[in-house]
Design a protein around this ligand. Structure first.
Ligand SMILES: *Cc1c(COP(=O)(O)O)cnc(C)c1O
Length: 390
């Protein structure tokens, strides 16, 4: 029987029969597991037979989370890791060799840009940054050595969208792998694998965990790729998720659908309020008619999520606003139950050179809001107080 998408979010990964009937997957705080015998020991150690033997290579709590991630994204296999950056680093190192080329968005999570520029480029990987809202820009950047088209949608921090079907078509025509960061949308609002994207990565630190109390990451994709990522690269890099953290992410996922309904509704209400405020010059939210890709959002997303960006006059107007807020917390990160606001130019993107920042649409007066699950009217009242202080 096919369930509605909310149902697997409550039950995914559960296997009570494997845990003495426990309905909450136990936390396996074991770094070492004994082999049943020599032959099975050899097979498990080589990754040829399922089983556990050492903390770096997984445990039943992590496996339950990985099963849940597969169910959420509709993927064949998943690998849970210590952070979103561990997931992204492991994915790139699994797919790339020196001499290979990557096409990536000009506007994306700043640490992913830093990974490409400061780690992979010196190791001999070439990168071309494109306006990812234009699928033709991906096509134009392709070289004989291109191995990965990288997507992030909605993108940090201006909520630009990538047309997944169009970019997948470009990649498939050239036999290139597509990787998508689905952190902002979550599998509740968007399922990249259903659009033909090969591999999805997540910062589970954000909506999947959902409470701002853990750091974790995930990779979901074809079984052969995930096996290669786990056994050839992750085994060596060692960005292992702790069993307690895996359990917390599993618990977060149980309320993901409920939280996303509230995020989607609250963010739309806040975006509409901001769009009508005289001190606000611009609001970027895929659910507003002023978003240049609202039709694409309606096509490939089932909800527009909790993230939005808006612009006030300049740096000091932005600083006055955030200094007069009491409910919204001045903090980086996102996907928390609480509303978080941050100033991209001085915080998350401070390390990005100003010209690159501006090219990515990150102006000095840009504020990014991760709308929480509080009452929408209370969030709006707090922002109204801040805007009145400008
Ligand atoms: C936070 C984030 C990351 C990095 O994840 P960590 O868990 O902080 O390592 C990657 N991509 C996006 C879109 C993010 O928001």
């Amino acid at each position: 029987m096919a369930y509605a998408r909310e149902t697997p979010m409550v039950h995914a990964g559960e296997d009570p029969a494997a845990h003495f009937g426990a309905l909450s997957t136990p936390i396996y705080d074991a770094a070492v597991f004994a082999f049943p015998d020599a032959a099975q020991g050899a097979a498990i150690h080589a990754g040829e037979q399922p089983g556990y033997f050492y903390g770096r290579m997984g445990n039943p709590t992590q496996a339950a989370l990985e099963a849940a991630l597969c169910a959420l994204e509709g993927g064949e296999a998943a690998l849970a890791l210590a952070s979103g950056m561990a997931a992204i680093t492991t994915t790139f190192l699994t797919l790339l060799r020196p001499g290979d080329h990557v096409v990536a968005p000009l506007a994306m999570y700043a640490t992913t840009t830093a990974l490409l520029d400061e780690v992979l480029t010196p190791w001999g990987v070439a990168v071309t940054y494109v306006d990812a809202t234009d699928p033709a820009a991906y096509a134009a950047a392709i070289r004989p050595t291109t191995k990965v088209l990288y997507l992030e949608s909605p993108a940090n921090p201006r909520l630009q969208l990538v047309d997944m079907a169009a970019v997948v078509a470009v990649a498939r025509a050239h036999g290139i792998t597509t990787v998508m960061d689905n952190t902002f949308a979550t599998p509740y609002n968007q399922q990249p694998l259903h659009w033909g994207v090969d591999i999805v990565v997540h910062s589970a630190t954000k909506y999947l965990g959902g409470h701002g109390d853990l750091t974790a990451g995930a990779i979901v994709g074809p079984a052969a790729f995930v096996h290669d990522a786990r056994w050839r690269i992750h085994k060596i890099l060692g960005g292992v998720i702790a069993p307690q953290t895996a359990w917390l992410v599993l618990r977060g996922i149980k309320t993901l659908a409920l939280r996303m309904v509230q995020y989607n509704a609250n963010a739309l209400a806040v975006a509409q309020f901001l769009a009508g405020h005289p001190q606000v010059q611009q609001v970027a939210y895929p659910g507003l008619p002023t978003h240049p890709q609202q039709a694409l959002a309606a096509r490939q997303m089932t909800g527009c999520g909790g993230m939005l960006a808006f612009e006030v006059a300049d740096l000091s107007a932005g600083q006055r606003l955030i200094d007069h807020l009491t409910l919204c917390q001045l903090a980086v990160s996102l996907g928390d139950v609480a509303t978080l606001i941050q100033h991209s130019a001085s915080m998350t993107h401070a390390a990005v050179p100003r010209e690159r920042r501006l090219a990515a649409g990150i102006t000095d007066g840009l504020l990014r809001l991760s709308v929480g699950i509080e009452d929408a009217n209370d969030i709006i009242a707090d922002l109204a107080t801040g805007l009145a202080a400008i």
